[in-house]
Design a protein around this ligand. Structure first.
Ligand code: DGY
Length: 318
C-alpha cells in the first residue's frame, strides 16, 4: 500500500479503487494544497495528484524521497520541475485531449465576449445604467470574417481554428514548427511569423504552453505593434502576457478589448487590469465543463494506479 496525496477534491470521481489499493489523503480546499501545502504534508508518499496551480518544485520534491509519480490534473505542466523529475526518475503525467474541446469552446466564448461586449453590457444593465437601444452604442468588433491569429496550433489551437472557420474567420497561426501543408489545407489555416501575426490580426489568441520562449511573449512592444482596435484573448498561461502593458494598451484604446482566463499571479488580478472596463476577466475556467473535469480526474487516478502497478501510463510527459 502506497501513500497518495491528492491536492484537493476532484469532481464526480470514484476514488474507491484508489482507496482500496492505497492510503489516500485529499486536501480539503477546493483550490488545492498549493506548493506550500505539498511541502508541509509530504513525507514517504509515492504518488501525488497536484492541480495546475500547485508549484511542484525542488523544495516540494525534496520532501518526497519515495515519490514515483506526479499525476498533474491539467494539461499544462509548467508548474512542475520536469527536469528534476526526470533526473529522479519520477514519472510525470498530464491530462491531454479530454480538455481540448472545453478549452476551445471557452476560448471562443472569450473571443465573442471581448469583441461584442456582452459582459460589459451585463455590468451596465445590472447597475441600472442601460437607457435603451441606440444605434451609436455598444459598437463592437465584427467577428464574422475577422482575421484571427493563433499563437500555438497544438490540439487546442486547432480546435479553436475549426470553430473560427464556422464564423468565416481568416485564420493565421504561428509556432515553432510549421504544419505539413496538407494539414494546413485541411484546417484552412495559414502559417505566418510571430511579428506578422501580431501586426495583421484583428484578434490574437494565445493557445501555447508556457515555456521560456513564450514567457512575456505579449510584450509592450508587441502590443503596440498590434492593429489599433485589435483584441487579445489568452486561455494559455498568464505569464505569457505583460499585464501592466496590456492594461495600458486597453486604457489608451489602442486595443479594443481583451478576454483573459489566466493571470500571472493567480488568483490575484493586476489592479491595473481590474480598472479596465474593456477586459473580460474569467476565473481560469476554460477546461471547466463537468464531463471534462471528471475525465481529467479519472485520468489522474488511472495514471497513479498504473505507475504504482509498475506499468507505463498513457499520458506520460516525463
Ligand atoms: C490546464 O489543463 O493546463 C488548464 O489550464 C486547466 O484548466
Amino acid at each position: 500500500m502506497a501513500r497518495v496525496l491528492v491536492s484537493g477534491p476532484l469532481p464526480g470521481t470514484d476514488l474507491s479503487r484508489l482507496y482500496q489499493m492505497h492510503q489516500v489523503e485529499v486536501g480539503s480546499s477546493p483550490q488545492g494544497l498549493g506548493g506550500d501545502g505539498f511541502r508541509e504534508r509530504l513525507s514517504d508518499h509515492e504518488a501525488i495528484i497536484p492541480f495546475v496551480t500547485d508549484a511542484i518544485d525542488r523544495a516540494v520534491l525534496d520532501r518526497a524521497p519515495n515519490l514515483r509519480v506526479v499525476a498533474n490534473c491539467g494539461v499544462g505542466v509548467n508548474n512542475i520541475d520536469l527536469a528534476l523529475c526526470r533526473e529522479r526518475k519520477i514519472v510525470v503525467t498530464n491530462t491531454p485531449n479530454v480538455l481540448t474541446d472545453a478549452t476551445a469552446d471557452a476560448t471562443m466564448a472569450l473571443i465573442l465576449d471581448a469583441c461584442r461586449g456582452v459582459t460589459t453590457g451585463d455590468r451596465l444593465v445590472r447597475k441600472g445604467e442601460w437607457k435603451g437601444w441606440a444605434p451609436t452604442e455598444f459598437l463592437g468588433v465584427r467577428v464574422t470574417g475577422a482575421r484571427l491569429g493563433i499563437v500555438g496550433l497544438g490540439r487546442i489551437g486547432k480546435a479553436v481554428s475549426v470553430r473560427a472557420r464556422a464564423f468565416s474567420m481568416v485564420v493565421a497561426y504561428t509556432q515553432r514548427t510549421q504544419l505539413p501543408p496538407p494539414e494546413e489545407q485541411a484546417l484552412g489555416v495559414v502559417y505566418t511569423d510571430l511579428e506578422t501575426l501580431f501586426a495583421q490580426s484583428d484578434i490574437v489568441c494565445l493557445c501555447c504552453p508556457l515555456t521560456p520562449e513564450t514567457r512575456g511573449l505579449v510584450s509592450r512592444d508587441r502590443l503596440l505593434r498590434m492593429k489599433k482596435g485589435a483584441v487579445l484573448v489568452n486561455t494559455a498561461r498568464g505569464p505569457c502576457v505583460d499585464e501592466e502593458a496590456l492594461a495600458e494598451a486597453l486604457q489608451s484604446g489602442h486595443l479594443f478589448s481583451a478576454g483573459l482566463d489566466v493571470y500571472a499571479d493567480e488568483p490575484r488580478i493586476a489592479p491595473a487590469l481590474l480598472r479596465c472596463e474593456n477586459v473580460v476577466l474569467a476565473p481560469h475556467l476554460a477546461s471547466a465543463d463537468r464531463p471534462t473535469r471528471e475525465a481529467m480526474a479519472r485520468i489522474c487516478i488511472e495514471a497513479v494506479l498504473t505507475v504504482l502497478d509498475g506499468k507505463e501510463p498513457p499520458t506520460r510527459v516525463a
